[in-house]
Structure formats: structure tokens, C-alpha cells
Design a protein around this ligand. Sequence first.
Ligand code: PD2
Ligand code: ZN
Length: 288
Amino acid sequence: MAIKATPQLLGWVDEQLGRGCIPAEMIEAMVTVGHARAFAESVLAEASGKRQSGEAVVVDPGDDERTVEVPEPLQAPLSSGASSIVVDDHVVDVLVNIHHPRIVVFGNLLSKDECEELIEASRPKLERSETVDRESGGTELNEARTSEGTYFFHDASPLLETINRRISHATRWPLAHGEPLQILHYGVGAEYQPHYDYFSPEDAGTAALLKHGGQRVATLIAYLNTPALGGATVFPDIGLEVAPIQGHAVFFAYDRATPASRTLHGGTPVVAGEKWIATRWMRESPYL
Ligand code: PD2
Ligand code: ZN
């Protein structure tokens, strides 16, 4: 089945054509950002056809393609801004900054002591992880997620308050929009197969999940230890692998709940040792 261009992409091509841009250069631009050449050519043909026939390109996205405001962690791009930011008196490094999709890899977001304290607080509470049941909006056991985990509310302890406040300030997204901090523990062979973190508009259970703060718009995964081997976080759509290093974190945002967000991501199997992470999912509105 042919892939359909999003209204945004068609609108962009239409706008560029209106400005007199050269079609071959626009195809190259689309290929550079990751579109297949055949797809880029078909988008160009569709937009040109509409222009020639006088048909307006409708840029207004349908409900499924609705875009929302998302956190923007950095005030300036790395090329002109600083490679570290000060968050609550804590110097955090900005190691990688990707614009489309929006991904930032932070170094030293958490200290070694904070990571170890979080792990020790979690150990007695661990239970086999579940995933969202797409039909009911509840949770279920799933072979795609073979970790064990637990969660903490914002104010569970002074440590939790400090960490959640730092994540809120580093991502410039309100504290109240964060879900409880999830702690995950993976043993050898455990993994989290590629998935999207947003709730799919097609799933029957989504309406119930959206009642608590609306759609998820961003994720921050902090690494609480450095696995001996394996356990990278991968983004297959863009060929990115993030090394799990104690104290570092990967942030990514999704302004639409569709694969066009290009935020498919997974945790690869741990090959040796173990992996501990803390995940903060962020909602568009206060999480209640
Ligand atoms: O452990 C990871 O690397 C991972 C990968 C994908 C965690 C999550 N998703 C998550 O917590 O959403
Ligand atoms: Zn995830």
C-alpha cells in the first residue's frame, strides 16, 4: 500500500512551490531528512498536480494528525548555544541534539549517588512490568516488555522531589504534567521491543487514558547504571542508538500520535549485567 503524505508535508511542498523552489531540490531535501526517494517524488507530483488544477492543499490536520505543544528543553541550538546547561545548580551536559524528531541526550542529569539511591529504594517494590492494554486502557503482561519495575509519586521522598523538579526544569515542562516516575530493571536477555509511547487514537482504551492529563507528548529515560553489555535505547526510524550510561538521559518529544512522529524506540536486550532506568512520561495537561 502506498504511504500517504501528511497534510503538513503536502502543505510544505505547496508553499515551497509557491515560492518558486526547484522541484528536484525539494526532492533532495525530503530524501535528506529520511524520506524514500520514490515517496518524495510522489509527494511532489501530488502537490504539483493540485497546484495545476487549482485545487487547494488542505493543511488542517485531521484528528489523528492533530499536533500539540511539546516540551522544548533547549533555548538555543548546540551550534550557537552552550553544550551544558545549569539546572537547579546542577551542571547538565547536552551531548546530542536532534531536531526532527526532537531528541536530546543529556549527560550527568543525575548524580551517581542519586542513581544508586533510586535503585535501592526500588528494589523491594519491583514487580513484573506490564504494558497498556489497548482495548481497555488498563494494563497487561506482555512478552514485548520483559523487565520488572515500580513507580514513585512526585513527592514520595525528598530525592523524588529533587529529581522530578530537575527533569521538569531540564525539559522546561511543568512538573504537574509528569506521570509518576517509573523505575525499570532488566536482567540478562530482558528488553523492551520497539513501540511508541503515545496512546494510539485507534485503540479502544485510549479515551480512558486521555482523561488523566491528555495525550503523552514526551518521554525522558534516565539511565541509573551502566550495563556491562547491551541495553541501548534505539530509534529504528532514524538509526539512532543511545548508550545507557549511568546518570545520562535521553529525551524525545512527539507532537502527533502517529508514526509520522518518527519516535519508534526500544530497549535492546541486556547481554551481560543488568540495566536500571527511570522513565518520566509527560502529558499535554496536568496528570491527575
Ligand atoms: O529501557 C529503554 O531503553 C526503553 C526503551 C523504550 C524504555 C522505554 N521505552 C520506556 O520506558 O518507555
Ligand atoms: Zn518507550
